[in-house]
Every structure is written in C-alpha cells, then in structure tokens.
Design a protein around this ligand. Structure first.
Ligand SMILES: *Cc1c(COP(=O)(O)O)cnc(C)c1O
Length: 433
C-alpha cells in the first residue's frame, strides 16, 4: 500500500536536487588572484589596476542596459541608499507591498519615513496597481515595487500611475536579476533599481547588493552614500594612494562591497543567463505536468509577447494550492508532507507585513520620533486581505530545484499528486465543533 513519506512511506524523491550556491569552475583562481592583489576593498590603496568592485559595477550596469551601477554590502543597504538618493526622509510616505521580505519596509523605517503597506494582486503576488493608486497621498515620495518569487509587477500600469503623480519608482529586483519586461531589464524601469546578492539569490556572493540607474546625478549621490561620502578620483592615483577622495556633496555611510565578493559576482554573472535557461526549460516542463494535478496552480504573471514579461526568472517557484483538493488540510500540513516527499524544503509564502514576526517597529526606540510617527508606522493599521490569503494558500520552493536534471522535475508533480491523493480527511481528524 502507498504511504505518505511523513507517515514513514517511501519518498517520491531524495538527494536529486543541486546544492546552492555551487562553486563555479575557475572561481578559485579569480578569488585567489584577488587575495594576492593587495587590495581587498574599494577603500584600499591603488595597486596598479582597476579594482574588482568597479569592474563588477561596469559589467552589471551593461548586463542591465543602464549607465551606472553602485555595488553595496547587501540588498538592505542598496534599498537604504536608493531611498536616500531620492531624498526620501523624515515623515515621508513610501508605498511598499504588504507581501515581501521584511527589508522592503524596514529600509523605509531606517530613513525615518513611513512604510505604507499596500495589498497585492493575487495573480502575481506583486503590488496591485489599483491599490497603489488608492494609497497615494500628498506625502507619498516613492513607490517601492518588488518583483516577487517568479513574477513581475505590472510595470506598464505602475509606470503610468507613478508618472501621472510625479512619484519616482524604486524597483527592488532582489529576486529578479535578469528578468525583463517588454524586453527591457528589471531595474531599468524605475528611477533606481536595487539588487541583493545574498546566498539564496539568483546571483550571489554570499552577501552583496547593488543599485542601478541611468541618472548621472543620482549615480553621483549613490556613489557617495555608500562610501562615507567619498568619490572616485578622476584618473588613477599613484601606487599606494587612495582611489577614493574626500570630496563630498552628501553625507554617506560605509556600505561597500568587498573585493572578494566582487570577484565572486564577476564569475557568477558569467553563468547567470545559462542558469536562467536551464531553470526556464524545467519550469515550462513543470507547468505542463502540473496541468494534470487538481488544485495546484503556478503563480505567474501572464506572458504576452511583446507585452508584459518577456524574460521570466525564478527565485522561488510559487504554487497556489486549493486546499479543498487536499482533503481540507491546512497549508502547513501540505507543506510538511510535500517537503518529506521531495526531500527538499518547501516554504510557505511570506506572512503579510501587517502580521510578520520580523516586522516590529515598536521594538526599536529609534523609531519613537513622536506619538504620531509611532501611530503612522504601526503595521497593524493596514488591511491586506490578498496577502493574508496568499500566506494561507501559496507554497514556494527554491530555484536550485529548477537546476536539476530534467528527469527529476517529474517528481515535483508526482509528489504533489501523491500528497493530494493520500491526504487524510481534515474534518475527520478533529473533534466536531
Ligand atoms: C533578499 C531581499 C532583500 C534584502 O537583501 P539582503 O541582501 O538580504 O539585505 C530585499 N528585498 C527583497 C525582495 C529580498 O528578497
């Protein structure tokens, strides 16, 4: 008799999923030559050649079709300097999706501004443009859009709304390196685009980040904002002299990316598009297989060529589950059962920021600027029904799974169908109420 893996049965799959991150061939030499170069930081002295940080900046700007890139220590500091470059500050409102990683909102708090949490479109799990428009007030200074999991926000509608109101868009692409909307890279649509290169992301150095922009004035500010206000010398300095000079138009902090991390990013950027192709082919195969599994629907922005998403990327593959097809079991049980079948962690979708244990502005006295400010930043004042629903219905799994051998991809659909068929009736498991 067939038994679920959580009940001691044989799992559908095990040990077939690639490790992430994985060291590329040749990466050791790239890192080793950086180690021997005598320069481990942008803020170190000149040693006869361009530093890795600046080399990566050029390559990543070119990859995204923009004029400028400022690497940062992580995605959080990228968001922080992006907000500061746009002059977002004390008491200003910034529209933030109610469903996202906590940094999207906490970065706004850290510039003394007010995150206005706005609900999502259930079809994409990204900001709902109509809800964005309804949330705009005379104090709105930026719209922080996030391309979540494997979707993109509707950039046509967001751009139209933002332009009409004269509000800049900050595009958080921490989960979407290389995605394209109407054949134009994610991050190049907003006034600024931000990225995270943290360990789980599509492009990674363990920790790292970047901001991109086409605007030369913003670039000049962004450069200083992450280097304690310093700028780059116009031409290379003498050996052992500083390449950063103390000429400043705006006060900054140190959020610089190390040379070792930059070397890893240079190497990993080389293979990013090849990995996207593998994930894309596997995701297409998975979508075909899932069409035969009742109650399971991939979450994705509709692809229309040339409109809409023209390059889909997959940070987490998201699935909406109709729990009634799984004998009414709660999503948490389905998550555990599927994790056991596939031998890989399956995740719940983020909780809404109005109810996220990681988002608690009250616990930091630095935000107690006034009673009014404390009230304005209280996450509980925002109603986010679609984000709440997503947390109860959506499961995700990491993109490394989509780098597996295509033969293994069938297991994902098999595992889902096995859990669906064998789910014990949830009503029967509980005493009548
Ligand atoms: C990962 C992530 C961040 C934060 O990046 P870190 O590098 O971890 O600081 C911000 N926004 C989103 C949407 C993310 O996924």
């Amino acid at each position: 008799m067939e038994t679920l893996a959580i009940d001691g049965g044989r799992p559908v799959a095990s040990n077939c999923w690639p490790d992430w991150p994985r060291p590329l061939e040749g990466i050791e030499e790239l890192v080793a030559s950086t180690l021997r170069s005598g320069r481990w930081a942008l803020s170190g002295p000149w040693r006869g050649k361009r530093c890795q940080e600046q080399e990566f900046a050029s390559r990543f700007a070119a990859y995204n079709g923009v004029a400028h890139c400022v690497p940062t220590a992580n995605g959080t500091s990228a968001l922080l300097i992006a907000l500061e470059s746009l002059d977002v500050g004390a008491g200003d409102e910034v529209i933030v999706p109610g469903l996202t990683w906590v940094a999207s909102a906490s970065a706004v708090l850290n510039v003394n501004a007010v995150p206005v949490l706005v609900d999502i479109d259930p079809a994409t799990l990204c900001l709902d443009p109509a809800a964005v428009e309804a949330a705009i007030t005379p104090r709105t200074r930026a719209i922080n859009v996030v391309h979540l999991y494997s979707s993109m926000v509707d950039l046509d509608r967001i751009t139209e709304i933002a332009d009409r109101h004269g509000i800049p868009v900050l595009e958080d692409c921490a989960q979407a390196h290389g995605a394209r909307w109407r054949d134009r890279p994610a991050g190049s649509w907003g006034r600024v685009g931000t990225f995270s290169m943290q360990q789980t992301k599509l492009l990674t150095a363990g920790e790292g980040g970047a901001v991109i922009t086409d605007d030369s004035d913003l670039f000049d500010r962004l450069f200083q904002l992450r280097a304690d206000g310093r700028r780059l010398t116009a031409s290379p300095p003498g050996e052992y002299e500083m390449e950063l000079i103390e000429s400043s138009s705006v006060m900054g902090n140190n959020y610089c990316l190390s040379e070792l991390a930059a070397a890893l990013l240079i190497g990993n950027l080389e293979v990013l598009d090849k990995e996207h192709e593998i994930r894309h082919a596997n995701a297409e195969q998975l979508k075909r297989l899932l069409a035969d599994v009742p109650g399971v629907t991939p979450v994705e922005t509709p692809v229309e060529t040339p409109a809409g998403v023209t390059n889909r990327t997959y940070y987490q593959y998201a699935l909406r589950i109709d729990t009634s097809e799984f004998a009414g079991q709660p999503i948490e049980w389905i998550r555990r059962a599927l994790s056991a079948e596939l031998g890989v962690p399956i995740n719940r979708c983020y909780p809404p920021l109005s109810d996220n244990p990681l988002y608690q502005p009250r616990t930091k006295t630095r935000y107690h600027l006034s009673d009014e400010h404390v009230r304005r930043i209280d996450p509980a004042r925002f109603d986010l029904p679609q984000a709440r629903r997503a947390h109860a219905e959506v499961l995700t799994f990491h993109h490394a799974v989509l780098l597996a051998d295509p033969a293994e991809i069938d297991h994902i659909a098999e595992g889902l169908d096995k859990v669906r068929r064998l789910a014990p009736d949830f009503g029967a498991m509980r005493p009548n109420q």
